[in-house]
Design a protein around this ligand. Structure first.
Ligand code: B12
Length: 441
């Protein structure tokens, strides 16, 4: 059979980040799981054109919530042409009934342990609607053919994963529901093999927390040292509690970590995050930066204890503590999370148009401000963080990697300026019907 694996873009008409290319690992895993007798083609809409006339028998689509709408359009179009459509990924796993309105079959959770069965079932005309393997065998090596990736892009990052599952189970996150509370590990020799076979030098570890399993993380970093790679990943702030671990990470090529601070309003932290105290957080940030590791902090605006003051307070905190980069988001009540259930029950959801559930767009009624005030506050905060003065001020804590620091900050600045321009151009005092600030013109 000919199988087309698709990752849909959120909106084909809008700006997407074409600078840094991070391919969707799920598609490469599906390709690796597919028996050799089948032919596979990967189309990532983020940087490739999707041809609806592509010759194929099966179309497999992977999506999150924000690109589910686009995924459904693609699914409908291929089904009209008589193709078999299978959907999987975060959103179809959370809402399989919805996905089944557009697909012949849905995979809930992981692909390992079900993908080959689906292909067999299609061949023998026995395809079921739902597939779910709660405990897939991650010990089996899955080859990943990254040879199709463009070698021309400087920042091309090869995606790899060393663990799945998250013990934190935060109210606003669906990861524990899908991948479980227990951390499942991928054998280190498989990770090393992937690195060697990819031929890449720059990697991103997609794990929710690269140090989630301490003993494994130490062994992993030790195994990475001789490979002389550069990598970025995601970690909890508790990374700073273990100096030996930090040194090993640095030696193994760690250049930057994405760290969820979520909120600097301490009352929010009890409810929503795993931070201990702001003083503790400040000390940890200092230690990580001193190690020469760039911190991309994620902060979320829109928690119930947030007020108009929170925007300024947060940006001051990030600037004062010399945070290298920030991912500044609006609280998003993703379906399948406790925040979603709570807001839905309280009538606080503005709509359920999933394409706007993207961390950028306010889709709910905040407690202490209007949705528009939250949207504007977030945009202004982002813009304040990206001001030249702020970049210059924060470089003091990032002197060990000035080039990476400046290049990344200038990239973020460009996005912040574009968002700010759209907001100012709108001159609007009302949220447009669809609630998407990116549409304000
Ligand atoms: C790494 C990561 C990123 C990287 C993305 C790198 C990349 N291109 O892959 C960055 C930082 C850029 C990022 C950005 C965003 N992310 Co993100 N990200 C993650 C993270 C931590 C891992 C994702 C990942 O690649 N995992 C590894 C792969 C192998 O897992 P997977 O895709 O789930 O695939 C497995 C199964 O789901 C299944 N599967 C998947 N697709 C399919 C398809 C078929 C047909 C089948 C059979 C099976 C199948 O098989 C795979 C193997 O078992 C997750 C959290 C998590 N643990 O899932 C959040 C997460 C996916 N991100 C999330 C969000 C919201 C975003 C953003 C919208 C945030 C923003 N506004 O910036 C953007 C959107 C980017 C986009 N793709 O459009 C949310 C999604 C919530 C939701 N309901 O949609 C998550 C779940 C985080 C969270 N805690 O809520 N993200």
């Amino acid at each position: 059979m000919k199988i087309l694996l698709v990752s849909p873009v959120r909106d084909p008409h809008k700006f997407t980040n074409k600078g840094i290319l991070i391919p969707q690992l799920a598609l490469f895993i599906l390709q690796g799981l597919t028996p050799k007798k089948h032919e596979v083609k990967i189309v990532e809409e983020e940087y490739m054109e999707l041809d609806y006339d592509e010759e194929c028998d099966v179309v497999a689509i992977s999506c999150l919530t924000s690109n589910a709408y686009r995924g459904y359009r693609i699914a409908d179009a291929f089904r009209e042409k008589g193709k078999i459509v299978v959907m999987g990924g975060i959103h179809p796993s959370l809402l399989p009934d919805e996905a089944l309105e557009h697909a012949d079959a849905v995979v809930i959770g992981e692909a390992e342990g079900v993908w080959e069965k689906i292909l067999d079932d299609i061949e023998s005309d026995k395809l079921q609607e739902r597939y779910h393997e709660p405990n897939p065998d991650l010990d089996r090596y899955i080859p990943k053919d990254f040879s199709t990736l463009s070698k021309k892009r400087i920042y091309n990052l090869v995606p790899l994963q060393t663990s799945r599952g998250c013990p934190y189970d935060c109210d606003f996150c669906c990861v524990t529901d899908i991948f479980g509370k227990k951390i499942k590990l991928i054998p280190i020799q498989h990770v090393v093999r992937d690195i060697k076979e990819s031929g890449g030098r720059n990697f991103i570890f997609l794990d929710d927390n690269i140090i989630g399993h301490k003993k494994y993380a130490r062994e992993l970093f030790t195994a990475l040292i001789p490979l002389k790679i550069r990598w970025v990943g995601q970690s909890s702030i508790s990374f700073a509690n273990d100096i030996e671990m930090m040194k090993l990470a640095k030696q193994s090529g760690c250049k930057g970590l994405f760290i969820g601070l979520e909120s600097v309003v301490e009352s929010n932290n009890h409810q929503y995050t795993k931070l201990k105290s702001l003083e503790d957080t400040k000390r940890s940030i200092k230690k990580i930066l001193r190690m020469g590791i760039i911190i991309q902090a994620s902060v979320i605006f829109g928690f119930d204890d947030d007020t108009h003051e929170t925007f300024r307070k947060t940006i001051n905190f990030l600037r004062k503590n010399r945070i290298s980069l920030a991912s500044i988001n609006a609280l998003t009540p993703y379906p399948g999370t406790r925040v979603f259930e709570k807001f839905k029950e309280a009538g606080r959801l503005l709509h359920e148009k999933w394409e706007y559930y993207d961390h950028h767009t306010v889709v709910f009624q905040p407690k202490n401000m209007t949705p528009l005030e939250l949207q504007i506050g977030k945009i202004i905060a982002k813009s304040a963080f990206s001001k030249i003065f702020s970049i210059a001020e924060r470089i003091v804590g990032n002197l060990q990697m000035p080039v990476l620091y400046l290049a990344a900050n200038m990239g973020y600045r460009k996005i912040a300026i574009a968002e700010n321009r759209i907001m100012r151009k709108s001159g609007s005092h009302q949220l447009p019907e669809n609630g998407n600030a990116a549409d304000w013109q």
